[in-house]
Design a protein around this ligand. Structure first.
Ligand code: FAD
Length: 478
């Protein structure tokens, strides 16, 4: 099965030509810049809504699938970027079902050696696999806080899930905050409150916030609990579960979704020019020029790294408060034997480090994308900088293979912008990754893709759905 997918995936990577069958003269031309899960899903949702009324081109400068991809180590594949999604992430689940794929649930590891919360090499809390014992230990250290976590996270998941009802009614919004507000006003409040303050307000104890929420933020976003509560709650939902991943690799989702495009151009868009109020000209690094009625920018605008020039627009999209920096997270994959003592223990399956200056952020034993644990264990370490050979020789007694991926992984939430920029940069020009400033996750990119596809298809088809209004009076900045 894995071999079949490899062949299929490499075929689709070089498949830069087109299915010429769909090209009615009056089809609207839609250019999508970026073939990650967000760009590919935009293409799919647009195809669903518009059928032959759209001619869709996806431009991808590097790899289809973007930050959702696996790495190979000793012949096995492991998730290197977007790894897991929550069971209630409806759009991820829908794509899995639609493509006839299967999911793996949590790490089904009979040999669980426990999870540690550390400050450097000092173990602060250890959970074992005996749940009663765990509950008692957790109560002893954190009081009633652990019992509050599930209802608190579930409450936000329920509010968040109203977004799917809005999409069912073809609703679309021009800003992430408007979409969240229409789902539930409290979701927007969470952009303006730190995770620490939101949890204090909900009655969680200080030690629980520092250690448990701190560990969740470190492993999921490599950041601290000073981040906005919205992204913080995504992170805590990731601790609560149930969590899934696609059997055979999450990258199948973008690859299969991108088959809905008419053309995949393996080039980098270098400029978007406003021709008149309704059309855009895209130029790519191969010197090709094409014109479009709608453009979806499905890659992040990042300070010092933004590669697309906007020409002829009244607003400088890359100069304003909307462009922030992205957090570096290095994922190092090591086949070998950990020096458990270095991590303050005799054995574990995962450990999270809440020391803000720590060399490592988390370490966990991995199974392959098909759910197997190789005989010689493989470990994934997250860190904020590349780990030197010297560091690795302290962390491991023996290293038999290693590889690393250096990511610009997700927004740095401690810096501006402190609330998400708009989806709609200009009439008919959309910015999918605005949503990442609310929270970065595969499901969030799918939500943005659905919202944008609704906006474009409503305009083309002349639909005016009745949708809850987005009142912005509650926060003066929005
Ligand atoms: C280490 C790591 C761990 C993560 N873990 C999780 C997780 O467990 N669960 C989860 O839900 N999410 C996780 N995420 C986040 C998730 O992977 C991202 O939020 C999501 O994949 C973003 O998808 P996207 O399509 O919006 O952007 P991207 O995947 O970044 O896609 C953008 C694409 O645009 C292309 N591009 C850029 N500029 C141009 C241009 N000028 N012209 C043409 N193409 C261009 C890029 O090459 C890229 O392929 C993780 C991310 C990382 C890095």
């Amino acid at each position: 099965m894995a071999v079949y997918w490899r062949i299929f995936l490499s075929a689709s990577l070089v498949n830069i030509c087109c299915t010429a069958s769909r090209k009615p003269q009056d089809a609207k031309r839609i250019g999508i810049i970026g073939g990650g899960i967000g760009g590919c899903a935009s293409s799919l949702f647009l195809r669903d809504a518009l059928r032959n009324d759209a001619y869709i081109v996806v431009y991808e400068a590097e790899n289809i699938s973007g930050r959702v991809r696996s790495v190979k180590l000793k012949g096995n594949e492991y998730e290197a970027g977007g790894s897991i999604f929550h069971e209630k992430n409806e759009l991820c689940q829908r794509l899995v079902k639609r493509f006839g794929l299967k999911t793996l649930k949590d790490e089904d590891d009979n040999n669980n050696q426990g999870t540690l919360i550390n400050y450097g090499s000092k173990v602060l809390f250890r959970s074992s696999d005996w749940s009663v014992f765990n509950a008692m230990k957790a109560f002893y250290r954190y009081g009633f806080s652990p019992l509050k976590l599930k209802p608190w996270v579930d409450d936000y998941i329920t509010k968040f899930a109203r977004i799917y009802d809005l999409f069912g009614r073809n609703c679309s919004y021009s800003r992430p905050s408007d979409l969240m507000f229409a789902a539930d006003a409290e979701l927007v409040d969470m952009f303006f409150l730190s995770l620490t303050d939101a949890m204090r307000k909900a009655g969680f104890g200080e030690l629980f916030i520092t250690e448990v929420a701190g560990a969740a933020m470190r492993v999921n976003y490599n950041q601290e609990t000073s981040v906005p509560a919205f992204v913080g709650s995504i992170s805590l939902a990731g601790m609560e579960g149930p969590l899934h991943r696609v059997k055979g690799g999450n990258e199948q989702l973008p690859h299969l979704a991108c088959r809905s495009a008419d053309t995949i151009s393996p080039t980098r868009v270098v400029s978007v020019k406003l021709l008149n109020d309704t059309r855009f000209q895209l130029v790519d690094d191969a010197g090709q020029t094409d014109t479009f009625d709608f453009v979806v920018l499905a890659s992040p605008l990042v300070r010092d790294r933004t590669n697309v020039e906007f020409i002829g627009f009244p607003v400088h999209f890359t100069a304003g408060d909307w462009v922030g920096s992205y957090q570096t997270t290095v994922a190092t994959f090591v086949e070998g034997e950990p020096n458990f003592e270095y991590f303050g223990s005799s054995a574990f399956s995962a450990a999270f480090n809440i020391d803000p200056n720590g060399r490592w952020s988390s370490i966990g034993r991995l199974s392959t994308v098909t759910g197997n644990f190789p005989q010689m264990p493989v470990w994934k370490l997250f860190s904020r900088a590349s780990l030197s050979d010297k560091s690795l020789s302290e962390m491991f007694l023996r290293v038999t293979a290693k590889t690393e991926v250096d990511w610009k992984a997700y927004p740095n939430y401690s810096e501006p912008p402190h609330y998400p920029p708009p989806f709609m940069l200009h009439s008919r020009l959309f910015y999918l990754n605005a949503v990442e400033w609310a929270g970065s996750a595969m499901e969030m990119s799918l939500i943005a893709a659905h919202n944008i596809a609704n906006a474009i298809s409503n305009e083309i088809l002349g639909l005016h759905p009745q949708c809850p209004l987005a009142a912005r009076t509650r926060h003066k900045d929005l």
